[in-house]
Write a protein that binds this ligand. Structure first.
Ligand SMILES: [Zn+2]
Length: 256
């Protein structure tokens, strides 16, 4: 554990193999001392170990942007700073999300991968937009509507809200989806649906993603395309291509 480039998942496996699952309940200071004594662990690896344990203990990485911001730095081999906001690159965000989700997947039956909250999704989208990226492919696709500002707009009541790909195109306000009686199931009111309410909608994307998606696809397939440095879609796709390459490289660094 002296090698600073060790992957977070490998570090976690080493710890679980040696100390068993009860170490997940140890105080951070105990983990820190134990790793120092038993492994002479590098400082950043202690942070990665603590981050991995935090990712298993709570869902806050997926729900709270400050926790996300803090742990994402650890997962990218950076000693975190809680006080100041460090801008995270799209590459770093991809690595953080990929690692955290995989960490949960590794535990299989013992855990699950939470859904990212609107708060974290919006934080990721704002970081991406700062870098001139408004389309986000997997594993950041959940944040893409916030970056491209893709909204479901109701022509009848004027309601506007962010639109996720897998959702239906029915206005939740016109079908009383958020009324108290429907809230527990978060479903449209069947009677109102039958009467035809909620269907007069359109999906509006402020920043079109189609050309970025096409260009990125061509790059990923290794097709020979001429990237135009004055074309914003090409620049955005090139940034995403670099980010995906970086994430894939970090994934490969995993031993197991
Ligand atoms: Zn409506």
């Amino acid at each position: 554990m002296k090698d600073e480039s060790l992957h977070t998942i490998d570090i976690l496996k080493t710890i679980l193999d040696k100390y068993g699952y009860e170490c997940l309940d140890w105080e951070p200071v105990v983990i820190q001392k134990t790793l120092n004594i038993d492994f002479q662990a590098a400082k950043i690896n202690v942070y990665k170990a603590l981050a991995a344990i935090a990712l298993l203990q709570t869902d806050r990485f997926w729900s709270d942007w400050q926790t996300f911001h803090f742990l994402a730095q650890c997962l990218n081999n950076t000693v975190p700073s809680a006080g100041t906001i460090q801008e995270l690159s799209v590459s770093q965000i991809m690595v953080a999300v990929d690692t955290a989700n995989k960490l949960r997947e590794e535990l299989q039956d013992l855990s699950f991968v939470p859904v990212f909250s609107e708060e974290v999704s919006k934080f990721i989208a704002s970081q991406a937009l700062n870098q001139g990226v408004w389309f986000l492919p997997a594993p950041l696709d959940f944040a893409s509507p916030y970056a491209s500002k893709t909204m479901l707009v109701c022509n009848d009541c004027g309601n506007e809200e962010f639109f996720m790909d897998e959702e239906d195109e029915i206005c939740p306000t016109c079908t009383s989806k958020y009324d108290l009686t429907s809230l527990s199931s978060a479903s449209h009111n069947e009677d109102r649906l039958k009467l035809g309410f909620g269907k007069n909608t359109k999906v509006v994307t402020q920043y079109s993603t189609l050309q970025v998606q096409k260009t990125l696809q061509s790059l990923l397939e290794g097709r020979d395309i001429n990237l135009d440095e004055n074309n914003q879609d090409h620049i955005c796709a090139a940034k995403l291509f670099t980010a995906i390459k970086y994430m894939t490289k970090r994934r490969r660094e995993k031993l197991l």
